[in-house]
Design a binder for this molecule. Structure first.
Ligand code: SF4
Length: 234
């Protein structure tokens, strides 16, 4: 089941101060039969953890145009090993926040809800802490910050698209479905491939020890320049 399907049935009835606790007992059932979506920031962190470029990571470990982690034939996440998650320190947002989901409304109001647990999960749900405690424990703050930065960039791209070709917006569901059908290993665009973008700026981010934060800044600025340039030519 895709993450989007899971989220669509969540009751977002919690705030950061709501009572919540969850103790993972490493049954790894949440790492099976899921579509784990990844952002450019998450791809960069995972690629750096594995010591490869984002271009290599997208080709070897993702599908759907670089937006979803590749799974094995049995449905297990490609990073699920005998001892659990093999990329645990840099696991994506969806894995950290599980078993919660987060929703931010268009006017910026944030809420949280419970995802439906696996029927045989070994995880223990409780109320000994708060949602905020759980977010802190899972080190989610930088992931939320990056979601907001890339969300603004995405909106700027959508606004540009609307000016370029208003009819294109009506075709978005079709385009989204087409991306999901891309074969594994299909090379993705500059939107998700940060090292490719940085290479176009005549830098090698790994050789020059560009930090994750610097690489993100270069990536976002490059796309902003591209958007401004395209908009000025309208
Ligand atoms: S990245 Fe790690 S935590 Fe996330 S689904 Fe894969 S194995 Fe599980």
């Amino acid at each position: 089941m895709a993450y989007g399907d899971l989220v669509s049935r969540v009751d977002f009835n919690m705030k950061r101060d709501s009572p919540f606790s969850y103790a993972c007992h490493a049954c790894n059932r949440c790492c099976r039969n899921k579509a784990i979506r990844v952002s450019p920031y998450e791809i960069l962190r995972l690629a750096r953890y594995l010591g490869i470029s984002t271009t290599q990571f997208i080709a070897n470990h993702t599908e759907a145009g670089g937006t979803v982690l590749r799974t094995n034939e049995n449905g297990d996440c490609g990073f699920l090993g005998e001892r659990g998650c093999s990329v645990h320190p840099d696991r994506p947002l969806a894995c950290r926040i599980y078993p919660l989901a987060r929703w931010v409304s268009p006017d910026g109001e944030e809420s949280f809800g419970h995802l439906t647990p696996h029927p045989h999960t070994a995880g223990i749900y409780g109320t000994s802490g708060t949602v905020q405690d759980y977010l802190d424990h899972q080190q989610l703050a930088p992931f939320f910050e990056m979601s907001e930065r890339y969300g603004k960039l995405y909106q700027a791209m959508v606004d540009l698209l609307e000016k370029l070709d208003p009819d294109e917006l009506d075709r978005r569901p079709e385009r989204r479905a087409a991306i999901d059908e891309l074969p594994a290993g299909t090379l993705a665009s500059m939107w998700v491939d940060i090292d490719l973008t940085i290479a176009h700026a005549n830098m090698n981010s790994r050789d020059q020890h560009v930090s994750v934060e610097e690489a993100i800044n270069i990536h976002i600025q490059s796309i902003e320049v591209w958007i401004q340039s395209a908009a000025s030519n309208l």
